[in-house]
Design a protein around this ligand. Sequence first.
Ligand SMILES: Cc1ncc(COP(=O)(O)O)c(C=O)c1O
Length: 455
Amino acid sequence: MNAPLKNSNFLKENNARHLFHPMAHPADSLANPPKIITSGEGVKIKDVDGRETIDAVGGLWNVNLGYSCEPVKEAISRQLDALPYYSIFRGTSNDAVIHLSYELAEFFREDGLVRAFYTSGGSDSVETALRLARQYHKIRGEHGRTKFLSLKKGYHGTHIGGASVNGNANFRAAYEPLLPGCYHLPAPYTYRNPFNETDPEKLAAHCVAALADEIAFQDPSTIAAFIMEPVLGAGGVIPPHKSFLPAVKALCEQHGILLITDEVITAYGRTGAWSGARLWGVQPDIMCTAKAITNGYFPFGVVMLSQQIADTFEQDKTGAAAIGHGYTYSGHPVGAAAALACLAETKRLDVITNAAARGTQLYNGAKALMEKYELIGDVRGGHGLMTALELVSDRTTKAPVDKALPMQLQQAIYDNGVMVRVSGPNLILSPPLIISEEEASQVLSAIDAGFAALQ
Ligand SMILES: Cc1ncc(COP(=O)(O)O)c(C=O)c1O
């Protein structure tokens, strides 16, 4: 890897000076300038000082195939030469997006998903899913079905609709008032929950009962959809018990409520299954995807729709199914070409096998670290390459750690050769799905050394 040190003084001088960073306080970005990453290869990234680290964040849960995926790079480059842009708004299409739609219908056949609606990323996918869910009910004459249910701790991006179903105050309070008619239920989060229940199966049953209660309270005929991540990601990696999603699906079906799985992280193999829905043996009505669909190399997303939804839209004769939604970059040919190459590589490498094996390795390794360091209150994961270590200052009271500590820990781990993500009190590990056994051990050793440095 080349170390592009040439402009390093300029970059450091201007770091965070002329931009606001997402998910950061601008003053904090000025006081603690962000790490400047300048190149990447395999599962490793290099910063402006030439320091190489394993990227245990996988970009932002999206660089599943690592930083050197040549087929995706070549596909992008070829498509830029052939057709760098053409819209798919009414009346036109492009060759790449038609090809991709065919491939996606194949890929998601087992999930019962047959039509694609293209977006520019995860938040767009969530917004699209919420809007099409409402429209679906309107086409069927159920105009009253406008509400959305979701889980506390869930993360659904940052558009107003997504923030409204989001289950974390950090992404909501500053932007209120949000969309009316959105209601949140307790997450199947064994470490902290209002039922004081640590058994995953019993907790799942409590959460399902709370959902049934809320549906009855709201009146089912007012509810458009329930949205959830099959494994909650940004909220701190919360895998529900295996009974949870099937029970949610049964309730939704019973009451005519659409089930939206937000698989912006979990689709395309991260959980060790091809989708989170498939991991739990459930077919959603709508699935939101983005991120790994292009390995993070191009901003792109797709919402997949069930046959029932496709039929409802396609068989409408009233005009109610005309879609008044879409983005300039919906179906971008360069994104579609990237996605085609990415899907082919994802399947060729059978990434789910490695994701499952390395996920177990990281999860077990993190649990072993919990034996060693009191600061680790909980370790969650066990379903592919999504693992979180929740930090506490006192294991008995589960009191949070000092706010500065997670960032100190992140730096100490970085100094030992690994980039991890800090999200609130959680250290999150979501490396590329191609990470080797040896690299996964290096991740664990660096975390161990990071904790040791704090003692
Ligand atoms: C489950 C989920 N939904 C939606 C989003 C939003 O995606 P984006 O940041 O691409 O808008 C994310 C991003 O992390 C996500 O994890």
